[in-house]
Design a protein around this ligand. Structure first.
Ligand code: SF4
Ligand code: SF4
Length: 381
């Protein structure tokens, strides 16, 4: 695999390209009958995708996120089963459902079983997260990544993602399902190392903890074991109130790690997709039960906005951009925000919640050549 030295870009918005087709079906039920429901519309949407070209004759990896702990807003097993049946009908030699090796053990607790889904549920990197192929990346501290062996060994990939908010990325969906979900736990840690932007000078610090008190996001924390300041970037909105509260000018926080982290995710997603022949991957985002935080948080909060529907495309950039655009101006439902959370300025609802521009992910995906943010919606009714 080629080594990447691509640099992050600030924006590629507006670049003229041929629009990608994005299939969309609405969660709205226009008539009270089964064939007007989201389940039936999902089946009709799948019939419009090139399932035979993608799946026929091959081993198909169906990547989902099964959630962690008490989370329950992941894609319902029924929809996964419907998709498995379509994959089989499209002539796949075999199909398996997969998630990270350390989370897939929890699949049964949420109903993702072989009996329900009609396909085995496998850890992406084997039973112990030790089955992987190493790929060079060569971007800042991200020297390489360990791509899950069961993903790389498959002939085709259906990337089935739940769209929701995420403190580190602004949002999580198709890109995150690949970049965080198709690699080993060690590589996930390496990716997170790209976040950052804290420079703390212990010689100047008098340990008054005014920085911690100034943070309303619970992001500035005092590490008692190491007796030092640390920042939990998942919660940080880079407001710099902590910096301004410091009487000794003992630290700086730049937020400069956000774009490199998104770029590292895009490079990783590209490396995962490169293990498949062209035309053998599909991306499907469920814009249902959209929550503030990720399904890996360990519990679920109420839906942030009413269900929107399902989008699907061969182009991962287009499917992600369409998902963001469809939710950009959402108004939070009563009781859906974390207690005390106040919205900040931003171009998307998730930026107003997490302080991070989710469209940066789109820019980075486009910058590494994964597709186009220019799309045309084709609605399936
Ligand atoms: S920049 Fe703002 S959110 Fe981040 S740690 Fe400082 S005060 Fe907290
Ligand atoms: S406010 Fe400044 S001096 Fe006080 S603990 Fe924080 S970094 Fe140290």
């Amino acid at each position: 695999m080629p080594k990447s030295n691509a640099k992050p870009v600030k924006s590629h918005a507006g670049r003229a390209r041929r629009p990608a087709e994005v299939l969309f079906t609405s969660a709205n039920v226009e008539r009270l009958e089964a064939k007007a429901s989201l389940g039936a519309k999902f089946l009709r949407l799948l019939d419009k995708l090139p399932m035979r070209r993608v799946c026929e004759g091959g081993t198909v990896a169906l990547k989902v996120h099964v959630g962690v702990g008490l989370s329950f807003t992941t894609i319902p097993p029924l929809f996964v089963r419907l998709l498995v049946e379509k994959i089989k009908a499209a002539g796949a030699k075999r199909v398996f459902v997969t998630d990270g090796s350390l989370t897939v053990n929890e699949a049964t607790a949420r109903g993702y079983t072989a009996e329900v889904l009609g396909a085995p549920v496998l850890g992406a990197a084997g039973v112990k997260d030790k089955f992987f192929y190493r790929h060079k990346i060569g971007y800042k501290t991200l020297k390489d990544i360990e791509i899950a062996g069961n993903i790389e060994d498959a002939d085709a990939l259906i990337n089935l993602s739940h769209f929701k908010g995420h403190g580190d990325c602004g949002y999580g969906a198709a890109c995150k399902n690949l970049a965080m979900g198709c690699i080993t736990q060690k590589s996930r840690g390496d990716l997170h190392q790209l976040e950052g932007g804290l420079t703390w000078n212990p010689k100047l610090c008098i340990k008054c903890k005014k920085c911690v008190e100034a943070c309303t996001r619970d992001a500035a924390r005092w590490n008692k074991e190491q007796d030092r300041l640390e920042i939990f970037y998942h919660h940080c909105v880079y407001c710099r109130h902590c910096v301004l509260a410091c009487p000794k000018d003992a630290f700086r926080i730049s937020g400069g790690g956000f774009v490199p982290f998104q770029h590292g995710m895009a490079l990783t997603a590209r490396e995962v997709l490169r293990t498949f022949e062209p035309g053998r991957t599909l991306h499907i985002n469920f814009l249902t039960q959209i929550t503030v935080y990720c399904d890996c948080w360990g519990f679920s909060t109420p839906a942030l906005i009413p269900d929107v529907g399902i989008v699907a495309a061969e182009d991962i950039v287009a499917v992600e951009k369409a998902s963001l655009d469809l939710t950009r101006d959402g108004v939070p439902l009563p009781g859906s925000l974390p207690p005390g959370r106040k919205l900040v300025d931003g171009k998307h609802l998730f930026q107003r919640i997490h302080g991070k521009d989710p469209y940066v992910q789109i820019d980075q995906l486009e910058a590494v050549g994964l597709g186009t943010p220019n799309y045309q919606i084709k609605e399936i009714r």
